[in-house]
Write a protein that binds this ligand. Structure first.
Ligand SMILES: O=c1ccn([C@@H]2O[C@H](COP(=O)(O)OP(=O)(O)O[C@H]3O[C@H](CO)[C@@H](O)[C@H](O)[C@H]3O)[C@@H](O)[C@H]2O)c(=O)[nH]1
Ligand SMILES: [Mn+2]
Length: 723
């Protein structure tokens, strides 16, 4: 019997065939095991260096097993939008969150674009509310949003009328061609007329915001902005402003827009983004209490206007209601530099590890581009769903805090019986919202541990997602083409010191490090590099010279071929592959290596973690002919010391080898082609540093770094000759 229309799923997991990849992966594993056996068998002849090499290779093999297991059965979700539209008579409300933290590092115009792209999504506007959390407590950000909401009254109808795809105006207008999206059969000249008007309006908006940024104190004591006077970023009361309310509840109108700056007091912990998200959860709870949430960082924008509908296909599917906690879209960046010189695009990572996780319990939560269920954020686990008895009043207060009004909305959200938001207008709930956004509200409650975004790490996203997974929820990948969301690509080289200078808890750190397959690999990688240099200096062997050498060459070749194929499969160039290959060596041996250090310092309580917000840029010039765009820049940060040291050691070693300055080999076992090849490979990886040795200004390695690295390198060479 054919399934009735109503039992057809709204979404499905589609498994990808990947037998060729499996064969390749297993081949690599086979060679790695062969190599380990070879090492053990011949250990007696070579002593300690081979033992260390064996341990490093053991680690690599272990890591590889983890990788294979993650990638083994990739799956992706396929959604059926038409079924959703036919079947679901009433779409549920969705609350959309944007976080921003610093009006300087995160220019308001970027946040404005994120917000505009959200306000313009294809979804009944009376079901949407957009909340912007501003940890910068900036009147300029507020002002920009007020102005943006005025512009939105033109922008949103324009987008919908002409079915504009990219609804972030700075991206839309970066393409100078005024061509409509076709289908609507619109009158071309009418379109061009409107296009021109809207473009002018957008430029006007940009100018207003720029001016506000320039004259930084124009708002003192002035009406709406009075609340911002006498505030400091880290010391101010809660500020909540309803910038726009869709009072008539028009589905074709504009979604609500609410500005939220949570209370900050010097003695209260800031709790970073997780703190901001939890305040957003509560504030939206008392205002619109939508059963679903979408959250975006301020530098992401909607790239597919149907994305909220997509998200609902996954979360409303009757088959997943009891299983899927969240739907995660990848974090792609537009306008990355050609061939990804800094290896920060992660296309291959999302494609292979992302889909791999998609075939397991589901992708990790990336902190942005994600749809959540409110009740899961509130700590519900799948088996609580059967268990209809809802938490007692006392338990609710213990977990969620003492606001009665808020507790009532929590009870509704947990029951999930009704979509209906509280029937009142938003301004009536501002007072309660102020209360639940206070910095003392969470004291003694379950926020940050039992409920909400998890505290204790600035990678709150991974922890929060992990918590849901450990409660038994699944998650789904959603990777439409074109991508659902795009971010402003860091066109600078990544601030490679940043990832681990944040406060990671150790176990969380392990999970995080493993996931990106860098992290702890810094230790064996640095060891291996040191060992190789040592062997060349002392003219001893790390690799066999006879036919045994192929046992080492084979996994090296297959491993590289394997990853090269992944780049081809995702439509990238050899160059992009090599850049990423190189960057992963550099990042591992520099940033992660120092990161491990900082974690150790943190464990020993010697240093406190710091968190800085990543600099965001509004770039829309993707021109690849800017020669310096892909060039590495250096500064005096300690992060460049290990890399410079390694490069210097290898240059010394290669010169020694060339000039025959090595010690005479003991019993004829001198270093040979294997060692030389690997050294050349490493120098090639460090090419940007080599250029840095000769570069000028910010493109050159500063002399203090050169001195430190030089001293370390000389010390290393000397030490190697001693032992
Ligand atoms: O105290 C803070 C710090 C940050 N943010 C916001 O958090 C977001 C992410 O911060 P960003 O500096 O962009 O960090 P990234 O390292 O680029 O972010 C990645 O890593 C974070 C931590 O794992 C995730 O939360 C993000 O979603 C993910 O994009 C931004 O919107 C910030 O405005 C706050 O609201 N309050
Ligand atoms: Mn970011």
């Amino acid at each position: 019997m054919a399934p009735s229309q109503n039992s057809l799923p709204l979404h499905e997991r589609v498994w990808r065939r990947n037998n060729i990849k499996r064969v390749m992966d297993i081949t690599v594993l086979f060679f790695l095991i062969l190599l380990l056996i070879y090492r053990i068998v011949s250990l007696n002849n070579y002593g300690v260096p081979w033992l260390i090499a064996f341990l490093c290779e053991l680690w690599l093999t272990f890591n590889w097993i983890l990788v294979i297991s993650t990638k083994w059965s990739p799956a992706q979700s396929k959604i059926y939008l038409d079924r959703l539209l036919q079947r679901v008579p009433e779409l549920p409300p969705v609350d959309m969150f944007v976080t921003t933290a610093d009006p300087v590092l995160e220019p308001p115009i970027i946040t404005v674009n994120t917000v505009l792209s959200l306000l313009a999504v294809d979804y009944p506007a009376n079901k949407l509310a957009c909340y912007v959390s501003d940890d910068g407590c900036s009147p300029i950000t507020f002002y920009s949003l007020v102005e943006a909401s005025k512009f939105a009254k033109l922008w949103v109808p324009f987008c919908k009328k002409y079915d504009v795809r990219v609804r972030a105006p700075f991206r839309y207008f970066s393409d100078d061609k005024a061509t409509p999206n076709g289908k609507n059969g619109a009158d071309l000249s009418e379109f061009q007329q409107e296009w021109k008007t809207i473009k002018d309006e957008y430029e006007h908006l940009c100018r207003k915001i720029e001016n506000a940024v320039k004259n930084s104190t124009p708002f003192d004591g002035d009406g709406e902005f009075a609340v911002f006077s006498n505030t400091e970023r880290k010391n101010h009361p809660t500020i909540i402003k309803v910038i726009w309310e869709n009072k008539e509840g028009l589905s074709s109108g504009l979604p609500h827009l609410i500005y939220v700056s949570r209370e900050k007091r010097p003695m209260h912990p800031h709790l970073y983004k997780a703190g901001a998200m939890n305040v957003l959860a509560r504030v939206s709870g008392v205002m619109s209490n939508a059963p679903y949430m979408l959250n975006l960082d301020c530098d992401m924008f909607v790239n597919d206007p149907k994305i909220v509908l997509h998200g609902m296909c996954i979360l409303l599917d009757p088959n997943t209601q009891k299983e899927v906690a969240f739907a995660q879209c990848p974090q792609y960046f537009y306008d990355g530099l050609k061939d990804d010189p800094f290896g920060n695009q992660f296309v291959v990572l999302f494609r292979f590890v992302g889909t791999g996780l998609g075939g397991l319990q589901g992708p990790i939560y990336l902190g942005t581009n994600c749809f959540h269920r409110r009740k899961v954020i509130y700590g519900l686990s799948p088996h609580d769903l059967e268990n209809t008895s809802i938490l007692s009043e006392k338990e609710l207060v213990r977990n969620f805090g003492s606001s009665r009004e808020f507790i009532n909305t929590v009870a509704l959200a947990l029951e999930g019986t009704t979509y209906a938001p509280p029937q009142h207008n938003l301004s009536n709930s501002v007072e309660t919202a102020n209360q639940v956004a206070g910095c003392g509200y969470e004291h003694g409650t379950g926020w940050g541990s039992q409920v909400g975004w998890v505290y204790g790490s600035t990678t709150e996203d991974i922890l929060t997602g992990m918590k849901m997974h450990t409660r038994g929820w699944k998650s789904e990948n959603h990777m439409p083409d074109p991508p659902a969301f795009m971010g402003s690509a860091p066109t600078e080289q990544p601030n490679i010191w940043h990832p681990l200078s944040v406060s990671l808890q150790f176990r969380q750190c392990l999970a995080y490090l493993w996931f990106y397959q860098w992290g702890l690999r810094a230790v064996p990688e640095i060891l291996y590099a040191a060992l190789l240099a040592y062997c060349l200096i002392t003219n001893s062997q790390l690799f066999p010279k006879d036919t045994g050498l192929w046992i080492f060459a084979a996994p090296f070749v297959v491993l590289h071929l394997n990853s090269l194929l992944e780049y081809f499969e995702t439509g990238q160039s050899v160059r992009a592959w090599w850049n990423n290959q190189r960057m992963s060596r550099i990042i591992t041996m520099n940033a992660w290596f120092l990161g491990i250090f900082s974690v150790i310092l943190k464990i020993l309580r010697i240093s406190e973690a710091v968190f800085d917000v990543t600099q965001k840029e509004e770039s829309n010039s993707g021109d690849g002919d800017d020669e310096d765009a892909g060039r590495f820049t250096f500064n005096e940060s300690p992060v460049f010391v290990p890399g410079t040291t390694i490069l210097m050691v290898y240059l010394i070693v290669l010169v020694m080898k060339l000039l025959g300055l090595q010690e005479p080999a003991k019993n004829g076992n001198g270093s040979g082609p294997g060692e030389v090849f690997c050294s050349l490979y490493l120098v090639l990886c460090y090419w940007p540093f080599l250029k840095g040795l000769f570069g000028k200004g910010k493109y050159g390695i500063p002399s203090s770094t050169l001195c430190k690295a030089g001293a370390l390198a000389a010390f290393f060479v000397h030490l190697s000759r001693l032992i």
